[in-house]
Write a protein of this length. Structure first.
Length: 162
């Protein structure tokens, strides 16, 4: 069996991006720019009444719209019904940004993945360019995972919803 070429060893599996939105015309352009490295960007919109959808389409993102009911059902519906191109999804809010370092860490994580089912990201909250170091109980959020319908459940939910 031939050995893989160096370029094949360095190539990470692709990562799709999922951005949940509702009336995010102000924040969405910066978010989209920060995830432009992905060739599979999905904006999952909760029926925005502003220019959010137009901005996403102008950027070339795939847009899916659905009325928001609750976070777990909404997220699970998106993971089950959106046609992601890649085996890993990076979830991000429209008011968040991926740094170049985070992009490289996400790529390295999925490239090295064996039995992992998800990866956490350390988030930093800023206000007026000041890092709010102790604003969250935990700064770690699960943000990189395969798009599986049972990935996220509200307490007491079976993971099956309509």
């Amino acid at each position: 069996m031939p050995s893989p070429q160096p370029s094949q060893l360095m190539q990470a599996p692709g990562i799709s991006v999922l951005i949940l939105t509702r009336n995010e015309e102000q924040d969405l352009p910066g978010c989209l720019q920060s995830v432009a490295w992905s060739d599979d960007i999905h904006v999952y919109d909760s029926m925005s009444s502003d220019a959010t959808v137009a901005i996403a389409k102008r950027f070339g993102a795939h847009v899916t719209q659905r009325v928001f009911d609750n976070w777990a059902s909404h997220q699970n519906w998106g993971l089950r019904h959106i046609g992601f191109r890649h085996p890993w999804v990076f979830y991000i809010d429209a008011d968040e940004r991926m740094t170049p370092e985070l992009v490289e860490q996400a790529r390295a994580a999925v490239r090295a993945a064996r039995d992992e089912v998800a990866f956490r990201v350390q988030r930093r909250d800023f206000f007026l360019d000041t890092w709010l170091r102790h604003v969250q109980a935990s700064p770690f959020y699960t943000r990189v995972f395969p798009p599986q319908p049972h990935a996220l459940r509200a307490p007491g939910q079976s993971g099956v919803d309509s």
